[in-house]
Ligand binder design. Structure first.
Ligand code: HEC
Length: 115
C-alpha cells in the first residue's frame, strides 16, 4: 500500500517536470524573442540599430548577463525597465507574454550568451 502511494507520488512529480526551467522550450523562446525583442535588442541580442535611443544593453556580454539571476531577467521582461531601475523604453510584457513563455525567452537569452 505504502509503496503504491510512493510510486503514485513519483509519477506525479515526473509528469510536472517538463514545465521546469530545465526543460524550457528553446525553439519557442527564440521565436518569441524574434517577434517581440529583436527589434530593439537585435536578432542576436547584441543591441539594435546604433541610432536607437537610449542605448540598449548587450544581452550577450560576457561577465555580465550570466551574473544576472533568472528572477531578475524574468522581472525586467514581465514588469519593464523601471522595475529594475532601467529605462522605461523597455516595455512590460507581463500582459502579452505568459510566465512560462518568459522563462522560455530567458532560456533563449542565456543561450545567446554562450559564445
Ligand atoms: C522598444 C524597445 C525594446 C523592446 C521591444 C524590448 N526591449 Fe528590452 N530593453 C530595452 C531598453 C531601452 C532597455 C534598458 C537598457 C538599459 O537601461 O541599459 C532594455 C532592457 C532589457 C533587459 C535588462 C538588461 C540589463 O542590462 O539589465 C532585458 C533582460 C531585456 N530588455 C529583455 C527584453 C526581452 C526579452 C524583450 C522581448 C520580450 C525586450 N527586452 C524587448 C528596450 C526594449
Amino acid at each position: 500500500m505504502r509503496a503504491t502511494r510512493l510510486t503514485a507520488a513519483a509519477v506525479l512529480v515526473l509528469s510536472f517536470a517538463p514545465t521546469s526551467a530545465l526543460a524550457a522550450d528553446l525553439a519557442r523562446g527564440a521565436k518569441l524573442y524574434a517577434r517581440y525583442c529583436a527589434g530593439c535588442h537585435g536578432p542576436d541580442g547584441q543591441g539594435g540599430a546604433h541610432t536607437f535611443m537610449p542605448h540598449v544593453e548587450n544581452l550577450t556580454r560576457k561577465g555580465y548577463i550570466e551574473l544576472l539571476p533568472d528572477e531578475y531577467l524574468a522581472t525586467v521582461i514581465r514588469e519593464g525597465g523601471p522595475a529594475v531601475g532601467k529605462s522605461s523604453y523597455m516595455p512590460a510584457w507581463g500582459g502579452t507574454i505568459s510566465d512560462e513563455d518568459i522563462a522560455n525567452i530567458v532560456a533563449h537569452i542565456r543561450r545567446l550568451g554562450v559564445r
